[in-house]
Design a protein around this ligand. Sequence first.
Ligand SMILES: Nc1ncnc2c1ncn2[C@@H]1O[C@H](COP(=O)(O)OP(=O)(O)OP(=O)(O)O)[C@@H](O)[C@H]1O
Length: 188
Amino acid sequence: MLIVARGLSKRYGRDWVLRGLDFQLEKGEAVALLGPNGAGKTTLLRVLAGLVRPTSGSLEVRGRVGLLSNPPAFYRHFSGLENLLYALRMEGRRTDAQQVRAALERMGLPPHKPLLGYSSGMRKRLALARLGLLNPEIWLLDEPETALDAEGRGLLEEMVQAARLRGGVVIATHDRGWLPQVNRVVQL
Ligand SMILES: Nc1ncnc2c1ncn2[C@@H]1O[C@H](COP(=O)(O)OP(=O)(O)OP(=O)(O)O)[C@@H](O)[C@H]1O
């Protein structure tokens, strides 16, 4: 089991966003997290990623976690290449500029353009390249398809299937097109 969460609750002020939620992720699994706007999908991903502390409940996470936020965050004045090298360095990982350039090329991204000049789809592609390079066991994806064109969606789906085989994937989404590609649906 990669994630075992029991009785997770999260409250912001007086508002309960999650209440007594049990959630598990097995190795080899891809899970779609569905629910209307404001249901708590992003909050759950942030709790699972360790960025938000639950108000109550227990959480065990076995493996490295990577979160693809929507929209993804980058340093605006750094280029795509610099952003990826920086992300690897921050994680204490070996930085191989050739490997990073190859990842950018696979995603069809210009290495030297500052992020200020990237479109939202290009940013999403860069975030995917970053996650692929960091290569955690657990991929937490928040509306990953947003802003991607058909080719970008194809690259994303390939990466999701590869990540699922190596570990596990949770996809928070409104896009029911994911349903044939996941093992399980969790409705919030
Ligand atoms: N930092 C915060 N402070 C206060 N309230 C918050 C905070 N983050 C989220 N919320 C509230 O928690 C609720 C759930 O938000 P969340 O973003 O998790 O929903 P979601 O299911 O991801 O929604 P969407 O489908 O619109 O992306 C919303 O009512 C939101 O306003």
